[in-house]
Design a protein around this ligand. Structure first.
Ligand code: ZN
Length: 371
């Protein structure tokens, strides 16, 4: 049985340890101690050095005796304002004091997982090898998980505890994404005296952007133009214009096709007008595109039913550590854990959801032990 009070206390304690991205060190130390206290083997990787932060990713292993190894993953970092969180336990929910985020994203997942381990250990239930990955820098573009060496893992399926939906929501699809930076170069000249000697980069970029697709392309694919800047003064023909955009799709082939189209239209149009174009494409993260029949999805559904939750298979428009894990060849779902209004000072989580998370994790482990 989940110990409600112990779980609330543990969550509050975690929420009140500062761990904004890049400064997860104190929280990481706390977790090392908590994991070792439960008899898990813990190692920290080099992601801290690589990213200029004060903590690396933590990998903990809880050796078991039954069933194939499974992976749980959650992130240690939070967004700002996340310094000096004071968690308030109200009747049915936990909130911040109103001047910071709460950090249920993603400490609710971590607290629920540790509570599930406590319950399983207290009841002496059999379990498989459980690998636990606590990442850094997730909120800054999945930086920690991108640094992690996935060859260290044995698990053939994973569960990320970082979804915003209700417990029981199982994310099986999310897009892959490219960041695209378009730069048009022209030639500066005085706007009033000799404009004919200049080539206006803003004008050329605008002409290109006007004929490029933007917004929804099809039900699986989107692209956007997000930032534009250029020029130096009102009376100078602009010699440079920079535009930041992106493309996303559930299908890698569609992402590639759309991105190539955007790049070639931009280059063509800018060059047609006598300018020079540069486009930089950065692949941010791979897609999640799991079949309903995939063993990891089936197990998540079965466990949700056993935990008294309504399993809902769903998709999301953004990336998570689950994107990276899937990209590394480990089929992995992202589970809703009931965190609400994340990345705002109104963030909260219902205590019942926190309890359900722990019960759900116990059932996932129990189901894996039967495989
Ligand atoms: Zn998160």
């Amino acid at each position: 049985m989940v110990n409600r009070k112990r779980l609330i206390d543990s969550f509050v304690k975690m929420a009140e340890i500062d761990s904004v991205s890049g400064r997860e060190g104190r929280f990481k130390d706390y977790l090392v101690q908590e994991l070792k206290r439960r008899g898990l083997q813990v190692m920290e990787d080099q992601a801290g050095q690589a990213l200029g932060g004060d903590a690396g990713n933590l990998l903990a292993v809880w050796p078991g005796s039954k069933g194939p190894a499974i992976l749980f993953c959650a992130h240690m970092d939070t967004v700002q304002p996340g310094i000096g969180v004071k968690a308030q336990v109200n009747d049915d929910r936990i909130t911040s004091a109103g001047d910071t985020i709460l950090g249920s994203d993603d400490k609710a997942g971590i607290a629920a997982l540790l509570e599930a381990i406590d319950c399983i250990q207290e009841q002496n239930l059999s379990h498989p090898d459980v690998e636990i990955l606590f990442t850094v820098g997730e909120e800054q573009g999945l930086q920690g998980s991108k640094q992690f060496d996935f060859k260290l893992l044995k698990a053939q399926m994973g569960f990320v505890l970082d979804g915003g939906g209700d417990p029981g929501e199982i994310i099986i699809q999310s897009p892959c994404q490219n960041e695209i930076e378009y730069i048009a170069y022209g030639k500066s000249a005085h706007a009033g005296i000799n404009p004919e000697e200049g080539v206006n980069a803003i004008h050329l970029a605008s002409k290109a952007l006007a004929v490029m697709p933007c917004g929804r392309i099809d039900e699986e694919t989107t692209c956007n133009l997000g930032i534009i800047e250029g020029g130096t003064a009102r009376n100078i023909v602009a010699d440079v214009c920079r535009v930041k955009g992106e493309s996303r799709s559930l299908q890698r082939s569609k992402l590639d096709e759309l991105t190539n189209r955007l790049v070639s239209i931009f280059k063509e149009e800018v060059e047609k007008g006598g300018g020079r174009a540069e486009v930089q494409v950065t692949f941010l993260y791979p897609e999640i595109n799991l079949d309903q029949d995939a063993p990891v999805v089936q197990l998540a559904v079965r466990a949700a039913e056993r935990a008294g939750l309504k399993p809902v298979l769903t998709s999301t428009g953004g990336g998570s550590d689950a994107s990276i894990i899937n990209g590394q060849g480990i089929p992995c779902v992202n589970l809703g854990i009931g965190m609400r209004k994340v990345h705002t000072t109104s963030e909260y989580i219902l205590i019942d959801d926190l309890v359900k998370d722990a019960e759900y994790i116990m059932e996932i482990i129990a189901q894996a032990a039967q495989d």
